[in-house]
Write a protein of this length. Structure first.
Length: 264
């Protein structure tokens, strides 16, 4: 294992705590939901899960900085935890089980902060995925009960399964023609959305995926999992990592071709 083994174990503890909190309120008839200034929903469960994770980190890693979707940035330094308490809040509030808590540790290096630990926990699906830099990516119920992840070996777009979130985002950015060309040339397309396509790329069940607009907390945990499974994760500009404000992930073999469609 890498030097981040203890951090990965802590991330699992954080995910366990968040899972308990989010599942306790999932499908609750009295769940409180508000609208944020960007017109996206936030539930009481989003806030409670992030507060819970922050509390654990304050006790276990008091010197580390934290960035979360609901409560912003706290602290400075070379290590920063990035939290999305519920990725897929719209699904969560409608009772759709496709949502997850995303937890990542990012460490400052030559190219800025880069993800070195990632945990994606989807308790309503009964699934969890994780990775630490240079240690491989895994899925399972625990660190001791896991299966190693490996991306697919599909080498042609015509044989590829492509996952995406929606059409509207591509249209709003004037990128719909290239996107539609890609969907026509692929073997199969499905609009899974949120964290799930990236996990399926890491598992090898989907070959390529992309989203036109994302925040750091949407991507940080996914990056290290996809890369440790043997795939590539970049922005639509081809820059590796989660800093481009959008994302393209693949098994690696199809990545340049994927970007070619979406940049056209």
């Amino acid at each position: 294992m890498s030097d981040y083994h203890d951090d990965l174990r802590l991330a699992h503890v954080l995910a366990d705590a968040a899972d308990a909190a989010t599942m306790d309120r999932f499908k609750a008839l009295d769940l409180k939901v508000e609208t944020k200034p960007d017109m996206t929903p936030v539930s009481e469960a989003d806030k409670a899960a992030e507060e819970l994770i922050r509390g654990h980190l304050q006790r276990a890693r008091p010197r580390d900085a934290v960035l979360g979707e609901e409560f912003g940035s706290d602290g400075t330094g070379p290590r920063r935890w990035v939290i999305d308490p519920i990725d897929g809040t719209k699904n969560y509030v409608r009772g759709v089980p496709v949502w997850a808590t995303l937890i990542s540790l990012m460490v400052q290096g030559e190219g800025g902060y880069q993800p070195v630990v990632g945990v994606v926990s989807a308790p309503a699906l009964g699934r969890r995925w994780w990775a630490a830099k240079d240690s491989g990516a895994y899925t399972g119920r625990s660190l001791t009960s896991a299966t190693r992840l490996q991306v697919s070996r599909v080498g042609r777009i015509s044989d590829a399964s492509f996952a995406y979130s929606s059409l509207s985002g591509w249209e709003e950015r004037g990128m719909l023609p290239g996107f539609l060309d890609l969907t026509r040339d692929c073997w199969r397309t499905r609009g899974y959305g949120d964290f799930w396509p990236y996990m399926m790329v890491a598992e090898g069940s989907v070959d390529i995926c992309a989203e036109p607009e994302l925040s750091l907390w949407d991507m940080a945990a996914n990056v290290v999992i996809v890369e440790e499974a043997g795939g590539r994760f970049t922005g639509l500009d081809g820059v590796p990592g989660p800093h481009s404000g959008n994302a393209a992930a693949s098994n690696g073999l199809l990545h340049d071709e994927l970007l070619g469609y979406l940049q056209s």
